[in-house]
Design a protein around this ligand. Structure first.
Ligand code: ADP
Length: 487
């Protein structure tokens, strides 16, 4: 712990306790490790059912006061929280890279978007408008208001330890809700650092609570407790389904951001170099560990060979190493299981005739470092077509017609992000509308921004996060019929 603490400008951001009802509590027992070195960075408490209930009840008490605060007051506190995140950007990025592994430049970019969500929703807090509707009765008026839904429970993954938290907590808190959050066990330190800054910003006790501990026990309370009105989850489809089932007993609203299996299509009328750049950022960002990473790259026949060659040349130049080293573009993967999945996908594809163009094995650095990999002549019968790799493997498929590639792209139970490159305006609209995905990047590999609605269709999830739509998830409509107005 000392090591990371010594590197921080503000060592007080490194927390070892949960944050509940404005108090730092719990015995630190569970080690958090640096995936690049295996060093223990710190410990956090292992909370279970009882402590999770206490956190929900603290949020329930805080809700009564927070929901009544005028929007401008909520906004001002959130604005302060945003400013503190920006001021502590370097420390937050250092904590993030240390526990998660991504290159420091990517960690800084993540802190920036994490801050941007808080800024955006600090502003949106003041713009929760209701409406009046022309009435069906002469003596009555229809007024529709919006009210915060109540206590929100949130469960977040390890791949974006900062931004996944503010993307949920900021709109909820802006709407007047209170939040109980369970971060991923791999990356709790970023979540606790954000809580420390929320405390400094003056967020009242109980409005934002962070508990670390037993995922299924805490998750059960987060779904079952009568005070919880909304369960917000980002993670695997498997766990998302468990939570949706659990939440159904209490008829709780759910927001789910689940797995993806993003197609990335390059038509022969595309700007090839731009498509290569897009594929690089979409595929290899966070070592391929994002739910919107290109998972299936479809390239039209006539440009197939040159695309594969150019991609391999770029991949060859990528530096692998600790995310803290300057110039490193690929850090370690999060775990051995993550590496094993990449190896399984490669072995299966090669066995069925795919060509290994570059990479394909563990990196000489050892641990969970893996060589960024490109596979060519990949076909739809291979495992990588059906499963999200979540690692630095680019499988490149061939296609001949627009019709065929749309069919291949849509042949998935998932529907989160999709990408394609084309310079034909007619095709741009045709393909964008035909893709059964919640998000389509056209001539770009980077789509995330706080201003746009992020989310998927099919088994990729329910609801949207970000943009003015994101705050609506945490608001209930209240219809009031004001009658007897004509005496
Ligand atoms: P990943 O495979 O990427 O770790 P998970 O869906 O397993 O994705 O994890 C995402 C989040 O869900 C983490 O915070 C994890 O602790 C939590 N989680 C895992 N299992 C459960 C469960 N049964 N109930 C509630 N939360 C869970």
């Amino acid at each position: 712990m000392m090591d990371l603490q010594l590197k921080l400008q503000d060592p007080l951001l490194l927390k070892a306790h949960c944050y509940v009802d404005g108090q730092w509590i719990g015995e630190p027992t569970d080690a958090v490790t640096n995936p690049a070195t295996g060093a223990i960075l710190g410990k956090t408490p292992s909370f279970g059912t009882r402590q999770a209930m206490n956190a929900v009840e603290a949020a329930e008490r805080a809700f009564r006061l927070w929901a009544k605060k005028i929007a401008k007051e909520r906004s001002a506190i959130m604005r302060r929280w945003f400013e503190l995140i920006v001021e502590n950007r370097s420390d937050l990025a250092l904590i993030l890279t240390s526990e998660q592994g991504k290159p420091l430049a990517e960690a800084k970019a993540e802190v920036d978007i994490a801050a941007a969500y808080v800024e955006f929703y600090a502003e949106e807090a003041k713009r929760v408008y209701g409406e009046t509707i022309p009435s069906h009765r002469a003596d009555a008026r229809i007024v529709v208001g919006k009210q915060p839904i109540g206590v929100v429970s949130a469960i977040t993954p390890w791949n974006f330890p900062c931004s996944m938290i503010t993307r949920k907590a900021a709109p909820a808190i802006a709407a007047g809700c209170t939040v109980v959050l369970k971060p991923a066990p791999e990356t709790p330190l970023s979540a606790l650092a954000l809580a420390a800054l929320a405390e400094r910003a003056g967020l009242p006790a109980g409005v934002f609570n962070v508990v670390t501990g037993e995922p299924s026990a805490v998750g059960k309370v987060f779904c079952d407790h009568p005070a919880v009105r909304f369960v917000s989850f980002t993670g695997s489809t498997e766990v998302g389904k468990i939570l949706m089932r659990q939440a159904s007993d209490g008829v709780k609203k759910v927001g789910l951001e689940l797995g993806g299996n993003a197609p990335f299509i390059v038509f022969d009328d595309a700007d090839l170099d731009a498509a290569i750049e897009g594929a690089m950022v979409s595929k290899y960002r966070n070592m391929g560990q994002t739910c919107i990473c290109a998972n299936r790259i479809y390239v039209q026949n006539s440009i197939y060979e040159s695309f594969v060659e150019k991609l391999a040349t770029r991949v060859m130049d990528m530096r692998v190493g600790s995310g803290l080293e300057v110039g490193v573009e690929q850090g370690p993967l999060i775990s051995d299981a993550a590496v094993a999945k990449v190896e399984r996908h490669i072995a299966d594809a090669v066995r069925q005739g795919a060509r290994l163009v570059i990479g394909g094995k563990r990196h000489p650095l050892g641990r969970t470092f893996f060589e960024p990999t490109v596979l060519a002549e990949v076909t739809t019968k291979m495992l990588v077509t059906r499963e999200e790799t979540f690692g630095p493997l680019a499988p490149v498929y061939r296609f001949s017609s627009e019709e065929d590639v749309i069919e291949m792209a849509n042949a998935s139970p998932f529907g989160l992000a999709s990408y394609f490159y084309s310079s034909d305006l007619g095709r741009v609209f045709r393909v964008a509308e035909a893709l059964e995905y919640g998000m389509v990047g056209v001539n770009t590999g980077l789509i995330t921004t706080e201003a746009a609605p992020f989310g998927g269709v099919k088994e990729s999830g329910l609801g949207r996060e970000g943009s003015h739509h994101g705050i609506e998830e945490f608001l209930e409509l209240k219809y009031m019929l004001l009658a007897g107005l004509n005496g």
